[in-house]
Design a protein around this ligand. Structure first.
Ligand SMILES: Cc1ncc(COP(=O)(O)O)c(C=O)c1O
Length: 420
């Protein structure tokens, strides 16, 4: 028999002590040394999120008739986000639990739309090899065949390859703004035109970029077309819990119209419990993440996001410059935003550095980067939270490169996520 839940309960303080004891090997994200997973907007963002969480900890958005507050929270966050993305007045959406759920909803909606409008019974979708793994999960769950196409030398989706994979069963063509691995933006106008040419949906995965690109554009940075201003884009996903700086559990899925949105919802009235209408993939929906998303967005306003975005982008620029000045490593692609992938430089004067050995050396100094492949590289999602310590990172990078030059680790594993 496994471990049984103890018969006797435990006092609150002891429970918390035990939980804290489990955290000794967790990354120290609050120190700004973790490039991913937790995006720190600073003390006032923590305060507004934490106080909101306490207020809404027990609420359930399963039925917004019982909690109209959460219905209002949802529609306001959706409207604000649609505004940032230049959506039409008809733009409609929902909150979900995260990027993966938003993507699952978009794929499901595209499948259902293809069936309803074009009679497609064996749906297919076309995605670049750089598209997030969540699209493959969606294809697996919803019975959609994936055509995975190559990226070009600059890591953006190759639209000629995508065009060759599109056919009359295509229900969805995907672009990312930006894609996760190298942080570059796909050619969204060409991808959207391709989707429209066969009557398919075009989803833009802006889970990473949705709360960066609008502000980068306002800051005068060069941002190629990616949002609802591009004809043919039918849906966009954007994560409030990433660079929107809210704690985990909240993302937005947007469509150009309520009719397109209706393809993702599920309604059912043939059991003993009454009319059941489910907007996304959840049943019971925790109110706290939704309310925290609203609170953080309202607290920051455009002004706050401009400040945090400038910090994140300047920090990422500093990292790119530091990598360029060190012999043996290079940045993959012309990423200009908040994602930085560091790889070995085969052209290096003193030979390439093993970036996984470099990742281990940085980790030993307390700096956490995800390892990814192919090609083998260290991934960084850079946020405001990393800004204050970036000079220390540059020093640690230079020192770590010196330590690992000429060495190689046997551990070639790449873990984006884990099963247990
Ligand atoms: C581009 C992109 N899409 C989707 C996701 C999935 O988001 P989540 O981890 O919130 O499910 C990520 C996560 O990093 C991402 O970078």
């Amino acid at each position: 028999m496994g471990i049984m839940l103890p018969h006797e309960g435990m006092p609150v303080d002891d429970v918390l002590d035990q939980l804290r004891a489990k955290r000794t090997r967790d990354v120290d994200w609050a120190a700004g040394r973790t490039f991913g997973m937790v995006y720190d907007g600073g003390p006032s963002v923590h305060e507004v999120a934490e106080r909101t969480a306490l207020e809404f900890l027990h609420e359930n958005a399963l039925n917004t008739k019982a909690f109209p507050s959460l219905g209002a929270v949802q529609s306001e966050v959706v409207r604000w986000t649609a505004g940032l993305f230049h959506g039409p007045d008809t733009a409609s959406g929902f909150l979900t639990s995260g990027g993966t759920e938003s993507i699952l909803c978009a794929v499901l909606a595209a499948r259902e739309r293809g069936k309803a409008e074009r009679g497609v019974t064996r749906p297919e979708m076309v995605i670049a090899e750089s598209a997030h793994a969540a699209f493959h999960k969606a294809a697996h769950l919803f019975g959609v065949t994936v055509h995975k196409t190559k990226v070009r030398a600059d890591w953006t989706a190759d639209v000629d390859e995508m065009a060759a994979a599109v056919n009359d069963r295509t229900v969805l063509v995907v672009g990312s703004a930006p894609q996760y691995p190298q942080g570059v933006i796909d050619p969204i106008p060409a991808i959207a035109a391709l989707a429209a040419s066969v009557g398919a949906s075009c989803h833009v995965d802006a889970c990473m970029g949705g709360f960066v690109l609008p502000f980068a554009e306002m800051l005068g940075r060069d941002v190629p077309p990616w949002d609802f201003r591009v004809p043919g884009v039918t849906s966009i996903s954007a994560d409030v819990h990433k660079l929107g700086y809210a704690p985990k559990g909240v993302s937005v899925i947007l469509y150009t119209s309520p009719e397109l949105r209706a393809h993702q919802t599920f309604v059912f009235d043939d059991w003993l419990g009454g009319f059941y209408a489910s907007p996304n993939l959840q049943g019971t929906r925790p109110g706290a993440p939704m309310a925290m998303g609203w609170a953080v967005m309202r607290h920051l306003g455009v002004e706050g996001y401009l400040r945090l975005t400038a910090d994140a982008l300047d920090t990422a620029d500093r990292m790119r410059a530091a990598v360029a000045s060190v012999d043996g490593i290079r940045v993959l692609g012309e990423g200009r935003y908040h994602l930085v992938a560091i790889a070995a430089d085969d052209q290096a004067h003193h030979g390439p550095i093993d970036v996984f050995a470099l990742g281990d050396a940085l980790l030993a100094k307390g700096w956490f980067h995800d390892r990814q492949a192919p090609p083998e590289s260290l991934h960084s999602t850079v946020s405001h939270g990393n800004a204050a310590v970036i000079d220390d990172w540059v020093a640690a990078l230079e020192q770590s490169v010196a330590e690992v030059r000429g060495t190689r680790t046997d551990d070639r594993s790449t873990n984006y996520a884990t099963l247990e």
